[in-house]
Design a protein around this ligand. Structure first.
Ligand code: F6R
Length: 618
């Protein structure tokens, strides 16, 4: 939520900041703004502009009325929390004397009390935001004669909640100061220039050397260097790291949308996430798991926590973990977890799944679990983000940056990580023989080519999507591991095409949802592979039931499944894979369907309305 950029160096800050915001726009796009430090008659001054709506509005405004030249600046792209997304509430906000400009991501919980305090002192606040309160507070400290770093430290000690703040002072033009608590911020380390960003995409064009910061830290960047302290001013250290992806990964590569590009990257993303997992001894190894095998052997319960699409990956993981490891496994929405007083012990493993590693609900849930002394393992796609940093162990997915707001390759690689975790636990606990584990690993190794085969048939899905432009409602049915796929297909359609879509477990149909079936209602059915269990046949019975009531059935079934043919108005064939792994191939047509339908309906697929990529507020 919200993208933040800061720059000091020798380039034109306006260009660096606007380009940085362009790469962060997926984090929020309700409004955008920029502030630069420049000089008027030898005295420092702030020049700023901000506009509601997408970054393009700000870009147009500063093209028509250019800002002065400057090599120090900050910028912001907003996902509104306090106050409507209008020009006044857009960031940056200025202090009382317009000496300081500040941008913010997060929520300052005690802002009402602080606002009252400032107003009692005669401050006039122009916006409804909590951010303006922070701007006035930091500037008030500045007028006390201290520098921006100390002013920021002092102000942060007054703030409660979650925040990243970045500020510039007109009288100190070569310094940008930032602070973070429970909200993302990384430093980009350049030569004679330094950067700040909500994530590395903000500065990847300029440097791949980065520094992550801890909680409750203040960072000061100048051309020459970077200094980190605690909120109390005590010296602190950031952790340097090299970013292993480059600018081309953050570009669309000829696709119309990042989402479409990311869907097509899935064969590689899945292959990369599987890479190097089998040791020379033939045993599965997950080198990022910092828990000992003894710790893992003692685990008697697993609770998976996640939100949205990541939650659906967790639902698939439950099937795999219980089947291969025989450990009881619950899956819970992170936003509900803490509030139901969950039973957690030292032998509970909490698995947090988060593409961004910054989702506030998931972060708070793992903190709660760790307080109860449970072990926490994170499955995450973002190196250096908060959730893996606060976990006992982490399995990184190697999807590369996911910029489209709707998760695609993030989801598939989360599934891979879940399977790997389940197999690893089965190996450690001895619930599966080595050759059984190897057989599944061989099946997983074949998946990238199978996803590619689904992608090669995309034209058929696009034709199908074109027929449903303007449709009001779509249902998705699945069973077993296909049930979370149905939920994910429905979520994609809701968030991208704004079509009412619901996913159901097919067996639940006759317990209520079948009442929704009417003539020509499209029902997408994820048909389980034929196997020794009765899942496939039971699914066909469900499909017959909706068809008998007039629904139009679009069935996703494995190649060679002739039993489904009489009941499918449209048949999408999937490569043959075992039931548990089917989500890896069955999800892809649903992603393509939603992406294309939304495109045909004229929606912005990468930036759907009301959403943001990384939900850093609860
Ligand atoms: C849907 C989507 C969201 C995220 C959810 C969790 O397409 O992207 O539902 O899955 O906000 O985000 P992470 O995985 O970053 O914790």
């Amino acid at each position: 939520m919200c993208g933040i950029v800061g720059y000091v160096g020798s380039k034109q800050a306006q260009h660096v900041v606007i380009e940085g915001l362009r790469r962060l726009e997926y984090r929020g796009y309700d409004s955008a703004g920029i502030a630069l430090v420049h000089s008027v008659d030898g005295r420092g001054a702030i020049a700023s502009d901000k506009k509601s709506g997408k970054l393009a509005n700000l870009d147009k405004a500063i093209t028509e009325s250019p800002l002065p030249e400057s090599t120090t600046g900050i910028g912001h792209t907003r996902w509104a929390t306090h106050g409507a997304p209008n020009d006044t509430n857009a960031h940056p906000h200025l202090g009382r004397d317009s000496r300081l400009a500040l941008v913010h991501n997060g929520i300052i919980e005690n802002f009402a009390e602080l606002r009252a305090e400032l107003e009692a002192e005669g401050h006039t606040l122009l916006s409804e935001t909590d951010t303006e309160v922070a701007a006035h507070l930091v500037e008030r400290e500045l007028t006390d004669g201290v520098d921006l770093t100390v002013a920021m430290q002092r102000a942060c000690q007054r703030l409660q909640g979650a925040f990243t703040l970045v500020a510039v002072d007109a009288r100190d033009p070569d310094r940008v100061v930032a602070a973070r608590r429970n909200s993302p911020l990384v430093v980009g380390l350049g030569e004679g220039e330094n950067f700040l960003g909500s994530d590395v995409a903000a500065f990847i064009e300029h440097t791949r050397e980065a520094m992550e910061l801890g909680q409750d830290q203040v960072v000061t960047i100048t051309r020459e260097g970077v200094e980190v302290t605690g909120f109390d001013g005590s010296p602190a250290q950031g952790t340097r790291y090299h970013v292993d992806w480059d600018l081309s990964s953050a570009e669309k590569d000829g696709h119309d949308w990042f989402m479409r590009k990311e869907i097509h990257e899935q064969p590689r993303a899945v292959a990369d996430s599987l890479l190097g997992r089998r040791g020379t001894d033939g045993l599965l190894q997950l080198d990022e798991v910092r828990l000992s095998d003894d710790d893992l052997r003692d685990i008697d319960k697993i609770i998976i926590i996640a939100c949205g699409t990541s939650f659906y990956a967790g639902m698939v993981a439950k099937y795999a973990i219980e089947h291969w490891c025989r450990i009881p496994c619950e899956v819970e929405l992170a936003s509900e977890f803490r509030y139901r007083d969950p039973i957690l012990t030292q032998s509970t493993l909490v698995v947090a799944i988060s593409q961004s590693g910054e989702t506030a609900d998931t972060l708070q849930a793992i903190r709660h679990a760790r307080l109860q002394r449970s072990k926490v393992l994170a499955i995450c796609n973002t190196n250096g983000s908060t959730i893996p940093r606060e976990s006992d162990a982490v399995i990184y997915t190697h999807a590369g940056p996911e910029i489209g707001v709707a998760s695609t390759k993030g989801f598939l690689t989360q599934l891979v990580a879940c399977y790997l975790l389940a197999l690893y636990l089965a190996q450690v606990k001895g619930t599966r023989f080595g050759d059984e584990i190897n057989e599944v690993m061989d099946q997983l190794d074949e998946i990238p080519a199978k996803i590619q085969a689904v992608l090669d048939a995309e034209a058929g899905i696009y034709e199908l999507a074109a027929k449903y432009v303007g449709t009001k409602s779509v249902l998705f049915l699945g069973r077993h591991a296909g049930y979370p796929v149905a939920l994910e297909g429905a979520l994609k359609l809701k968030e991208l095409a704004y079509i009412h879509a619901e996913g159901f477990a097919a067996g639940e149909l006759k317990h209520g949802p079948i009442a929704l079936i009417e003539e020509d209602l499209p029902v997408l059915c994820v048909v389980p592979p034929r196997g020794r269990d009765q899942l496939h046949d039971k699914m066909i019975s469900g499909i017959q039931e909706v068809r008998a009531r007039g629904a139009r059935t679009i069935c996703l079934a494995e190649e060679g499944d002739t039993a489904i043919v009489p009941y499918a108005d449209v048949l999408i064939t999937l490569p043959k894979v075992p039931t548990l792994l089917q989500p890896l191939v069955a999800t892809v047509p649903l992603q393509l369907f939603a992406c294309e339908l939304a495109t045909q309906m004229g929606h912005d697929v990468d930036q759907p309305r009301n959403l943001a990529k990384s939900v850093t507020v609860e």
